[in-house]
Design a protein. Structure first.
Length: 306
């Protein structure tokens, strides 16, 4: 970076050519994002010093705002610029990750919530919305006992990832920010914003079961590499062993001769896979593919009975 750049303003505005070259969302304006970036960095003497000492890190962070397609607008709370490991990194909140998932077509809708001691929370199977009942105006709902993220896919199914407080804290304990706080009592989001970090943790762990999109994958790859979050989020959930082999049911459903027959077979046999994520997904994919084939080839229920 040129030694002639002596202010944060100059540094940020020098990014425009790179910002424009990688822009993925035309609704993300360089002028506005540059203003937000300057406000964030100059609002903290520490962040300002880090940015000027490692100018390339700020250039890369602002460029990634454009490449990923996320705004730094503080009112939207989707993304921030934060000092980390001697540089400036782009940090994306759980709100930002859900926004990217929706915008990229991975999901239709999603939300993350904390669960308290007095709440009633139940999972209702792999592809159904969970039950979460609580009194929203109660002043004392007890301690936080867990967190979950629930999303609705393009197929209309619900995918839910639930984590206990202990599971969240196990991931927290691996993070550099937490280790730094334990060692030097430096400011740490796990101390100031535990709830938001818990929601982000649930999104990180749950996203691998969502439909894949390049834009969301790019954002998560950045967070796990250049964003410096991989040390804590890289190992998310132990690989699950299969409880059932879906091959017999897949073979059987592929022999059905009508859409109604295929759907009936699915409804009659899918419940046994409710605790087996992989087998459930494979069985469902086979049913969807076969039903689409039946419809594409014009096989009707009347023809199937003849």
């Amino acid at each position: 970076m040129s030694n002639q750049i002596t202010t944060v303003d100059q540094l940020v505005y020098s990014v425009q050519p790179a910002f424009d070259a990688v822009q993925i969302d035309k609704g993300i304006s360089f002028a506005r994002e540059a203003e937000f970036a300057i406000q964030i960095i100059t609002g903290s003497d520490y962040a300002k010093n880090v940015a000027m000492q490692n100018q390339q890190s700020l250039v890369d962070a602002v460029t990634n705002v454009s490449a990923i397609g996320i705004t730094l607008n503080p009112a939207e709370k989707k993304a921030y610029l934060v000092p980390r490991k001697g540089g400036i990194c782009l940090a994306i909140s759980h709100i930002g990750l859900l926004h990217l998932a929706i915008e990229s077509g991975s999901i239709r809708w999603g939300q993350a919530r904390l669960v308290y001691e007095t709440d009633h929370f139940e999972l209702n199977g792999l592809d159904k919305q969970p039950t979460h009942q609580f009194k929203p105006f109660c002043k004392d709902r007890g301690e936080v006992v867990g967190v979950y993220v629930s999303v609705k896919t393009a197929d209309g199914d619900y995918l839910t990832e639930a984590m206990s407080t202990e599971e969240v804290n196990a991931i927290r304990d691996r993070s550099d920010a937490w280790k730094a706080w334990i060692g030097k009592k430096k400011s740490c989001p796990w101390v100031t914003d535990w709830g938001e970090m818990a929601k982000k943790t649930a999104v990180h762990r749950g996203h691998k079961y969502w439909p894949k999109t390049e834009r969301l994958d790019k954002a998560l790859h950045y967070l796990n590499t250049d964003g410096g979050e991989g040390a804590s989020y890289g190992v998310e959930r132990p690989e699950e062993e299969r409880q059932f082999d879906p091959s017999p049911d897949i073979s059987a459903v592929q022999k059905t001769k009508s859409d109604a027959e295929a759907l009936a077979y699915w409804k009659a046999h899918q419940s046994k896979y409710q605790t087996d994520v992989k087998s459930h997904a494979e069985f469902k994919a086979a049913v969807v593919a076969h039903r689409n084939w039946l419809k594409t080839n014009g096989v009707t229920d009347v023809e199937a009975k003849q």
